[in-house]
Design a binder for this molecule. Structure first.
Ligand code: SF4
Ligand code: SF4
Ligand code: SF4
Length: 204
């Protein structure tokens, strides 16, 4: 299984900082959008746990300075997440229309989006838990809606000893040791690695 690496997170810094001088770097976000849309069809939020630069940034950089608190449950509600997604799309659409097609200005819109979302992810990650932003990130919500039922984590009841080590290892703070549907599982596989009895596995 592919594992997210600390180095991917550096891309977030490059786009957010160098993008102010080189707006074309903003187009990197289009590569990210396209990749996560395609992978979500087959594996739900797999991109979030294996390829997302901001996910890596949250895990490996924010993770060093976080207070590691419980993520408030209301942030996971689709009643919050879908309006947030719509607001972000409207805001981005409005900003794109105002560029009148100038290539550099379009790039700068994406750079500004990256700076805004990185700032929120950073503050939420430090004050609560590294992946707090990922519970309501619009791109995570899209993947949840497209492929939340795909590639589900399955727990073998006959092997589970209810130690809950899997729960404690989950960056999304999910109730891992149940066979409930987990559309926000980011398929990072940490619970599988942590389980002492090999009770967990993904099912295509
Ligand atoms: S929820 Fe958003 S920021 Fe977090 S890993 Fe997924 S796409 Fe990246
Ligand atoms: S770590 Fe494994 S054995 Fe322990 S609660 Fe989770 S699934 Fe069960
Ligand atoms: S349930 Fe397991 S695979 Fe899914 S996000 Fe949590 S630790 Fe990662």
């Amino acid at each position: 299984m592919l594992k997210i690496t600390p180095y991917l997170g550096i891309l977030v810094i490059i786009v957010s900082v160098a993008g102010l001088w080189f707006p074309l770097l903003g187009y990197f976000l289009l590569v990210v959008f396209a990749t996560l849309m395609i992978t979500s069809i087959f594996r739900g939020r797999w991109f979030c746990g294996n390829l997302c630069p901001r996910g890596s940034f949250n895990d490996f950089w924010v993770g060093k300075i976080t207070r590691n608190k419980k993520i408030p449950g209301f942030l996971r509600s689709l009643w919050i997440r879908i309006p947030l997604f719509a607001m972000m799309m409207v805001f981005m659409g409005y900003r794109l229309l105002s560029t009148e097609g100038v290539i550099n200005q379009i790039g700068m819109v994406f750079v500004i989006m990256c700076i805004m979302t990185t700032s929120i992810a950073l503050v939420a990650g430090i004050t609560v838990s590294p992946r707090t932003w990922c519970t309501f990130c619009p791109m995570g919500t899209v993947q949840n809606l497209i492929g939340g039922s795909k590639y589900q984590l399955h727990m073998d009841d006959s092997k589970c000893v209810s130690c809950k080590k899997c729960d404690r290892s989950c960056p999304m703070q999910l109730d891992v040791h149940t066979n409930e549907h987990k559309p926000d599982c980011i398929k990072c596989g940490r619970c599988i690695t942590t389980c002492p009895t090999n009770a967990l596995a993904f099912k295509p």
